[in-house]
Design a protein around this ligand. Sequence first.
Ligand SMILES: [Zn+2]
Length: 461
Amino acid sequence: MTDRDGRLKIHNARFILTVDAGRRIIRDGSILVEDGRIVEVGKAAELESAPAERVIDASEMVVTPGLLNGHAHISYAHATRGIFPDTLGPDYLPNVFRLQGELDEEAEYYTTLLAIVELLKGGTTCFMDPGSTKFLDACMEAYEQSGCRIIVGTHVTDMPNPVNLPQYSTAEAIAIMENTIREYDHRLDDRVRAWAMPFDASYSTDELLRAAKRLADEYDTGLTLHQINMPSVVAASVRAHGMRPIEYLESLGVLGENVLLSHVIGVDDAEMDAMARTGATTVMCPSQTLKQGSGITRIGKLPELLERGISVGLGTDAPNNSNLMETMRAMYLAAVIYKDGRQDTSMIPPETALELATIRGAEAFGMGDEIGSVEVGKKADLVLFDTRRAEWRTLFNPVNNLVYNADGRSVHTVLVDGRVVVEDYKPVFVDEWALIQKVQQIGEDVLARTGVSFPSRWPVV
Ligand SMILES: [Zn+2]
């Protein structure tokens, strides 16, 4: 990792999309960074003489806040990525967790590091792994080495579940969540946060859910869980409790400003009202829901969530159900899905899509005062997009070009906490090709060991 001693100046950017309170776009702007934080933002001419130990020439760059991904299973899936047929249905998750169960600490470290490379190279500087990392100590090395910002946890269940996850006693599950928070929250210069992470309300007792919320409150941290209101989930909740799943969470006292519900496909008005009342937040994963046929174009409620003032961020979910871990793609899809689904081009303007990937995502993480915009005092998580590329030109409206034209391939330089982690398109903390070869071998080994395979639809000759 490169050092961050002294001042760093990002100089003369063609545009800085600050996403600050005034949503200013600074033409010909510069940013000064010191001790990991932004200390000045303004016109390049005004900051011309400001001294800096290192200057990054940003003259053909568009600078944005680091992107946030609120739901990305990063710890194992790269080993066997792309093997599952689209139609696997309910057998998908049992297979996923079976293969994950075969990976040891070293394998999880390498697969995690490769996922981090993919995310950082795509401009995503902060991401949430929703509890699927098994060997957090080994993966802490990957977080430290890469310099990423991450929210982790250990997902738990205390009920029988169809997805092959271990079923703990309620007391064990609570202890696991608490130990994870105690051990990992605020580590690595506060770049690592740890939350309570019951896997899914459907596989959790009321006692476990209440305890997860209590831990989030007591430790001043967060709680996240998968919340997908499939018709069967809704029907079961109405049968058992006389109310829909998110209304039931509210009745348990489990919703609040420190609670982030992932996906929220299939929510209704009353459930969104419950989220708005309690301050609960959410992340939506459009590339995953589209690929898995969840009906987001028909039943997705992003406009209604935003209308209620609910903090919404974006996610990509896993490399095997999404599959690209690129927040840029999620941002693009958020901007276009509702235009088509509602046949209304006023839906989710590109500015809103960029907010979802930055400041609104940061608010959904409870980190809106620390990251998510280019403002004095915030942590210096920044992305420099190279506009010396065909897809960026011609360049007049940088927000339109960023959301609709560009993708992660134009990410030139990335800073997290004031440290350069991607430079000239390459991660500075690892030999990427050597890492890829290592993970390919891990995948081949695990498939050979388990005998898991799915035939190609086309003959491989
Ligand atoms: Zn997930």
